[in-house]
Every structure is written in structure tokens, then in C-alpha cells.
Design a protein around this ligand. Structure first.
Ligand SMILES: *Cc1c(COP(=O)(O)O)cnc(C)c1O
Length: 407
């Protein structure tokens, strides 16, 4: 008989200072350390509190629309002639993407901590809209930081946030996009930490955010596991998700990490080419560094200056990847692939034509990989794509990219 060595429970990661092996940590100004420790304590308490968990479950059901369907894409499966393709329908959630899972949970935690004011950053606006909505729902004051360039590109989303009662503050520094919005939000937090909670939008930043955001999205993977066992009586062969900061992917994968038969694939933005500045694939061009609170793979030049990034989808367009992804890549437990702008756009139209489902451009990167892989696998295999969000927000950009005039 072979001796089984018990792997450390995944929940024990990160360690108490936020390390996933060499990644993660708490690289913030001293003035924020107390706030992060407080947040960590409050979160660990809430995690153990059945009352908090029950309230969160109720809100996820009644307000966000959980559980989301695990949907068999029959026509695409037939067209591909390979593995059965399922879609986990996070696109059906309130405000249009998985982001509400995290925003709702953090807002509830903030309330529990007695904080009355919420701040958040947003790039394209999806996290800002989710945060503004839950603040309206829970009666919290809400300030959203957004780069001035992003505000211009996403003026409709700015208005949606304002409709929900949020104040949107434009950031004029640097490139005037997401990175600068995060800096500004952190500055606000340092100043107003006593009454303010910062709802970070992905599995990124300083500890405890990567752990906490991951936990708040684990519901995606848990539901998927129950649903696929009900529908197929077995676990899937492959799970595929797009990776910006990495929150939808880690939440989807987490409860399958200990199922060695399930292949896990994260898909980064391959953009328009392999040159620096043309993509956002941190595992292709990135190196170890520290950005906005955590140590991870970062797109940077030889002086350590953050590289410009490009992706057709704003949600994948960020220079750093969540630290837990770097850890499981080293462990060879999660594989990483890329999809280019063109491949994502192709998948976007194929899902629309094949199933009548318009995916977010972010999710379309995962879809490109899923379509490619399902076509190459046998009919006895099962592939599940996490459809992280819906594409209503992207139709204008898609039309432009596809060279079509809007009527
Ligand atoms: C924000 C966003 C992403 C990227 O964020 P992750 O933290 O990597 O999940 C992916 N899909 C959609 C629809 C998004 O809005």
C-alpha cells in the first residue's frame, strides 16, 4: 500500500501575512496596515459566522439571482463535433457579471464593521456598477474612482452609477485609466479609513483581498460541481475561464483544485500581438514584481516601470495577475493560455449566432479557448466555460472592431 500524504487544505492558503508561496503579501504604506489587519480579522470572523453566511446567501439569491444556470450549449456542441460544451451562466446575474458576488459580500462585511462609506475603483465600469448597486441596496454612501479616459469611453456606465446614487470621481493622473484609479482609491482609504471600506474588484491587491475576493466567488465553482454531478453524474474534464485580475477564474476553479482529473485553464488577453504594449498576458511577457499591494507577475520594462497593456476587453486590460494564479501556475495545477483580440471577437459572434447568447468580450477570451479545445476532444468529454458576463456593454465596441456600422 502506498502512503497518502495529506495535502494542506487549500483554505489554509494564503498564510497569515497573505503569502501564496513567494506571491501575494501586504506591500502597502504603514498607514494602511492597521486597516488591512482589521479587515482580515473582521472577515475571518464573518466567515465563521453562520448568521453572516445566511444573510449573504439570501442576498445572493434574492438580489443577485443565484444560483445561475449550468447550460448545455447544444448547437455549438453539435457544430464543434467534439466535447460537450456547458456554460456557467454568470452573465445572467444582476448588473451583468460575476462581480456582484464580491461587491455584495464586501458591502455586507463593511456594514458589519460599522463602516458607512464605500469607495471602489473601476476600469470599464462593471465593478463600479456592481458596487454602486449594492450600496443603493444596503444604504451605504458610495464613491467610485475612475480614470478620466475611461469615463469618456464609458459615459453610459458613469451615468448608470450616478443613477444608483454613487459619486463618480474622475482621475486625471498618468494614463487616466484603471491603475491610476486604484492609486486614488488607496489614497482616499488612507485618509478616511475610520468610516470607509474599500471594495477592491478582483483577486488582487494586498492581503486579505486576494483571499477574500476568491472566497466570495467560490460559489461559482461550488454550484458548478453540484450541477454537473446532477446533469452528468460525473465531474467535467476541463474548466475554462478568462483571467483579468483572476477573480472569476479562481472562484470557478477553487473547489476543483483537489480533483486531479479536472484540467483547469485560465485565459489571458493576447491582444493584437506579442510585443510589449500590445497585450495583457502577464505569463507571457511578465516578471516578478510588486504592484498596488502584492507581489506577482507584472508586465514591466527593464527599469521596473509598468508597461502599457492592450486588450479589446477593458476587464482583462491590467498589468498584474492575482497572486494565487502565479502560485498554481508554478504548481502546474492551473494551465494558462491566451486568446487574441481577433479570436475573442470570433468567439463573441459564434456564441451569439450559435446559442443566442452575447458574451462579454472578457468572457469571449475564455470562449475562444473553450471552442478550440472542445473541438479537439472526443464526444465523451465535458468542457465547462465560465461565462463571466454578458456582452450588452460591448456591442458598440464589437461592431466597431468587426467593421460594421450601427443602424
Ligand atoms: C471584470 C471582468 C472580468 C475580469 O476580472 P476577473 O477578476 O479576472 O474575473 C472578466 N469578465 C467580466 C465579464 C468582467 O466584468
Amino acid at each position: 500500500m502506498t502512503v497518502q500524504t495529506n495535502p494542506a487544505p487549500r483554505e489554509l492558503l494564503p498564510d497569515e501575512r497573505g503569502h501564496f508561496g513567494p506571491y501575494g503579501g501586504m506591500y502597502v504604506p504603514e498607514t494602511l496596515m492597521t486597516a488591512l489587519y482589521e479587515l482580515n480579522e473582521a472577515y475571518l470572523e464573518a466567515r465563521r459566522d453562520t448568521g453572516f453566511q445566511a444573510e449573504l446567501r439570501r442576498l445572493l439569491k434574492e438580489y443577485a439571482g443565484r444560483p445561475t444556470e449550468l447550460y448545455l450549449a447544444e448547437r455549438l456542441t453539435e457544430e464543434l463535433g467534439g466535447a460537450k460544451l456547458y456554460l456557467k451562466r454568470e452573465d445572467l446575474l444582476h448588473t451583468g457579471a460575476h462581480k456582484i458576488n464580491n461587491a455584495l459580500a464586501q458591502a455586507l462585511l463593511a456594514k458589519r464593521m460599522g463602516k458607512k462609506r464605500i469607495i471602489a475603483e473601476t476600469g470599464a465600469g462593471q465593478h463600479g456598477i456592481a458596487t454602486a448597486s449594492v450600496c443603493a441596496k444596503l444604504g451605504l454612501e458610495c464613491v467610485i474612482y475612475m480614470g478620466a479616459v475611461d469615463m469618456e469611453r464609458q459615459s453610459l456606465n458613469v451615468y448608470r452609477m450616478r443613477l444608483c446614487g454613487a459619486e463618480v470621481r474622475g482621475v486625471e493622473a498618468g494614463q487616466k485609466t484603471l491603475k491610476e484609479a486604484i492609486n486614488e482609491a488607496m489614497r482616499d482609504w488612507v485618509t478616511n479609513v475610520r468610516e470607509t471600506h474599500y471594495i477592491l474588484g478582483s483577486a488582487l491587491g494586498a492581503h486579505p483581498y486576494p483571499m477574500m475576493v476568491r472566497d466570495f466567488h467560490r460559489v461559482i465553482g461550488r454550484e458548478t460541481k453540484t450541477q454537473i454531478l446532477e446533469k452528468e453524474g460525473r465531474l467535467p474534464d476541463e474548466l475554462i475561464a478568462c483571467v483579468g485580475g483572476g477573480s472569476n477564474a479562481i472562484g470557478f476553479f477553487f473547489d476543483f483544485l483537489d480533483d486531479p482529473g479536472v484540467k483547469l485553464i485560465g485565459v489571458e488577453a493576447g491582444g493584437r500581438g506579442a510585443s510589449p504594449g500590445d497585450h495583457a498576458a502577464r505569463f507571457r511577457g511578465g516578471r516578478l514584481g510588486v504592484l498596488q499591494g502584492c507581489k506577482t507577475f507584472i508586465l514591466q520594462n527593464t527599469d521596473g516601470q509598468i508597461e502599457l497593456t492592450h486588450s479589446v476587453s477593458a476587464g482583462l486590460d491590467y498589468a498584474a495577475i492575482g497572486p494565487e494564479h502565479a502560485y498554481y501556475r508554478d504548481k502546474r495545477r492551473i494551465d494558462y493560455d491566451q486568446a487574441t483580440d481577433a479570436e475573442a471577437l470570433d468567439a463573441f459572434t459564434r456564441l451569439a449566432r450559435g446559442e443566442g447568447i452575447i458574451p462579454a468580450l472578457e468572457s469571449s477570451h475564455g470562449a475562444a479557448c473553450a471552442l478550440r479545445r472542445a473541438a479537439g476532444l472526443g464526444k465523451d468529454k465535458i468542457v465547462i466555460l465560465n461565462l463571466s458576463g454578458r456582452g450588452d456593454k460591448d456591442v458598440r465596441e464589437a461592431a466597431k472592431q468587426l467593421g460594421e456600422k450601427l443602424p
